[in-house]
Design a protein around this ligand. Structure first.
Ligand code: GGG
Length: 357
């Protein structure tokens, strides 16, 4: 077995349904590993809101040092009602993205075989695009502060940070991705009429980047009308690139258009490969359904497929996607969010069995 067939994966189930869907992702990875001769070493940590309640932090100080040499991080969900969301996100997810320089968040939006869009008369040929989200700067920023708390003069300032290097590298990633796709098209999301410094800057960098890619068609929309177009014309899009906040919003809207947020995967990529990349479903910890065994594991399992592809195992990734599509074609194997009655483990087991058959 070659070195690249031995994969060291850091697993962080995290909170809520993350703890239910990560084991299904691992089950599927084990099954595909047996078929394609890949050995996984899973190193799991309990970093989460529960960890925060015991230790006053979401993970140990320098906790990430233990994963710098791993091949990838496989994460479930972060957040729980008793811990403020900004504390859990800034205590775990954001430090991983930043410390490991995962500046691209890649989120495919595709109508899988066996699923139907809530949009009338829309099929797989209409919904097949990527959202490329800038992942380490932009609106997700510590710059700012609060003053005069508890008084009539109370105020909060939140600054966004857009660097030329940060914007250019994510735009370049989007253009390069478009080059690998038949339609060769990039759409940029901004709000340059209302946000008068950062967004015109993004537009300028987009224009400069476009000049390097004469073979790629481009379009630009303000985020508000772009959201409307996602719903009314999903077939217009191929690669959509946006800032940290706009990319986050678009990549929840995209999967809703493709059937269910429960199926949506994401890859937090360090394109240079200096650090591990991280793979996680788009959805959060879903406290309303946590502990019931009914969460959809497809977002986690599709994220596992993205991880395999990123680590050079395209055949294994394709086998996972094919098995997912076989299983969800059968209404009996679908979870509730997709109109079925199957539980999380049932759906995961069915996908693993198809891979092993
Ligand atoms: N599956 C990861 C997760 O828990 N996401 C919840 C969330 O709110 N993420 C915010 C973000 O991706 O920036």
């Amino acid at each position: 077995m070659s070195a690249t067939n031995r994969l060291k994966i850091a697993t962080i189930p995290g909170d809520g349904i993350g703890r239910e869907v990560v084991p299904e992702g691992m089950r599927v990875l084990e099954a595909v590993g047996r078929r394609f001769d890949i050995a996984f070493q899973f190193d799991e940590v309990d970093w989460s809101c529960d960890y925060y309640k015991k230790h006053g932090r979401m993970m140990p100080e320098n906790g990430l040092d233990q994963f710098r040499q791993h091949d990838a991080v496989f994460l479930g969900a972060v957040g729980w009602p008793e811990v403020p969301d900004h504390v859990s996100l800034w205590g775990l997810l954001i430090p991983i993205r930043r410390d490991f320089n995962q500046y691209v968040n890649l989120r495919p939006v595709r109508l899988l075989k066996g699923t139907t869009s809530p949009l009338a008369n829309r099929g797989p040929e209409d919904i097949d695009f990527y959202v490329v989200r800038e992942n380490v700067e932009g609106e997700y920023s510590e710059a700012g502060g609060r003053l005069y708390r508890g008084t009539e003069n109370e105020l909060a300032i939140q600054e966004s940070i857009f660097t030329r290097r940060g914007v250019d590298r994510v735009l370049r990633y989007a253009f390069e991705l478009a080059r690998t796709r038949p339609r060769k098209q990039v759409t940029s999301a901004t709000k340059s009429n209302g946000i008068i410094h950062t967004m015109p800057f993004w537009d300028e960098r987009f224009a400069a980047m476009k000049a390097d890619y004469p073979d790629i068609a481009t379009s630009q929309y303000h985020i508000d009308i772009l959201c409307a177009h996602f719903v009314q014309h999903p077939d217009w899009f191929d690669v959509v690139v946006g800032s940290n906040l706009f990319g986050d919003i678009l990549s929840d809207l995209g999967p809703a258009v493709a059937g269910s947020i429960g199926i949506a995967p994401s890859a937090n990529i360090n394109p240079e490969g200096d650090f591990p990349s991280m793979f996680e479903p788009v959805h959060g910890s879903a406290p309303d359904i946590a502990g019931k065994g009914i969460a959809n594991p497809i977002g986690q399992i599709w994220s596992a497929a993205m991880m395999l592809e990123h680590l050079g195992h395209k055949d294994a990734a394709d086998a996972v996607i094919a098995a997912m599509e076989t299983v969800i074609a059968d209404p009996a194997s679908r979870t509730r969010d997709m109109g079925g009655k199957a539980g999380t483990a049932e759906c995961g087991e069915a996908i693993a069995s198809v891979i092993s058959a």
